[in-house]
Design a protein around this ligand. Structure first.
Ligand SMILES: Cc1ncc(COP(=O)(O)O)c(C=O)c1O
Length: 289
């Protein structure tokens, strides 16, 4: 496997999907994939078919109803979903891709640095490299930098170098940014338990919220949504928290489906136990008042 670096995760997606499929082909995308994959899919002009979120049975069903008949078929999913914090059933999806002879592209933006050996991601964690046509990610989350990457076969890398417009026609990431990312990768290699420690903190955080009856959807990661429902209350609660210097995203439609506005908490290892305790108390108080 080799990698190709882009200016950002968004440019990575725009520069790869339209070179895997075109208007004669089919894309099967999880309903909750990130906007960058969706925009890449639209740019490709392939027929876009959405499957139910994290539902391999529905994916299988849709693939069976849209056989290849000479066209290429590409499955798109995230590894860890950015707004729900839940995990894609990657092994099942990869098996379906193999059985159906479809390509598979996985966005590891949020799993990289947290899951897998030394934060190498969930594809590596489950040894799915050979079933995955492309893995993409960003240097802007765990690696605290800026830039995007795609991993795949050497043949694919050489093809993208020749064809990918967002690789060719824009400036490459500057050395300082790459130095930041390389430094972060070195830290991950030297301290391989960082991801596990972060996930433990997240489990503790979720348990505390659950014990007060709050709904964190299917979150199983450092991204923790707290479902509120209506937009106005979500904004109000996030505002109350901000007044206490607690920065929590207020996520509303169209970023998430109608009626599922939520607070989005993104934990890091820089949050101390005291920070976490204070945040839990403040969130519960803000919601209950
Ligand atoms: C799942 C996911 N993929 C891709 C991106 C885009 O990455 P970048 O910010 O490097 O463009 C983001 C957000 O930034 C994201 O959340």
């Amino acid at each position: 496997n080799t990698a190709l670096l882009y200016g950002s995760g968004y440019l990575t997606s725009l520069g790869t999907i339209p070179h895997l499929v075109d208007r004669h082909d089919l894309i099967f995308a999880d309903r909750l994939i990130h906007a960058c994959m969706l925009d890449g899919a639209r740019l490709s002009k392939a027929k876009l078919i959405r499957f139910n979120h994290n539902d391999p049975v529905d994916l299988q069903h849709r693939l069976e109803h849209h056989p290849a008949n000479g066209s290429r078929r590409l499955i798109l999913t995230e590894s860890l979903f950015s707004m729900d914090g839940d995990l894609a059933p990657l092994s099942e999806i990869a098996q379906i891709a193999i059985d159906q002879d479809a390509m598979l592209m996985v966005d590891e933006a949020h799993s990289m640095g947290v899951f897998g050996p030394a934060g190498s991601g969930r594809i590596r964690e489950h040894s799915l490299q050979s079933a995955t046509t492309l893995t993409m990610g960003t240097l802007s989350k765990s690696l605290a930098g800026y830039g995007g990457y795609v991993c795949g076969s050497e043949l694919l890398r050489r093809y993208l170098v020749q064809t990918s417009r967002s690789f060719i026609y824009t400036t490459a990431p500057p050395p300082a940014q790459l130095g930041t990312a390389l430094g972060a990768l070195e830290i991950l290699e030297n301290e391989p338990d960082l991801g596990t420690r972060l996930l433990e903190k997240a489990t503790h955080f979720r348990k505390a919220l659950h014990s007060h009856g709050l709904d964190t959807l299917q979150s199983a990661s450092q991204i923790i949504p707290v479902l509120i429902g209506d937009n106005h209350s979500t904004m109000q609660i996030a505002g109350t928290l901000k007044e206490q210097d607690i920065l929590v995203g207020a996520i509303r439609p169209p970023t998430v489906p109608e009626g599922t506005a939520r607070l989005r908490i993104s934990l890091t290892l820089a949050h101390t136990d005291d920070d976490i305790y204070r945040a839990i108390r403040a969130i519960i108080n803000a919601i209950q008042s």
